[in-house]
Design a protein around this ligand. Sequence first.
Ligand code: RB5
Length: 153
Amino acid sequence: MSILKEGVPVGLCSDHAGFELKSIIEGYLESHGVSFEDFGTYSAESCDYPDYAHPCAFAVEAGRVYPAIAICGTGNGIGMSLNKHQGIRAALCWEPELARLARGHNDANVLVLPARFIDPAVALEVVDAFFSTSFDGGRHQRRIDKIPVSDCD
Ligand code: RB5
């Protein structure tokens, strides 16, 4: 778990569809001594994913949490919400190699998981891959520098 920063908790957020997987991941983080901040939701009651994505995104942008893990049923709604933030690079990953590439090539700062389309054991492997892969920099730095809309001419 090498991209984790000393004294900076991991951020977590989900909607109702991702609540159970979020709980499983929190148990996994606890068992590894990794601190986290949970931005909700806090039950399986139906809710709206942007309400949890946006506070988590602001915290990542402020450096209060790093990285974050966001979960909804497909991963799409919560990922779309997160990626409205200029400082967020949220990557939907359902197998470990995607997570490695999202880190290595895109310096993703939020891992997005599709709770209804991933086995929990695989999700934990994806978390491991995401946490243990550094950004490759170089040409990839130039590309991610061009992502924020405010930087377009
Ligand atoms: C909730 O039913 C579902 O729509 C949500 O979790 C997510 O998959 C939306 O993108």
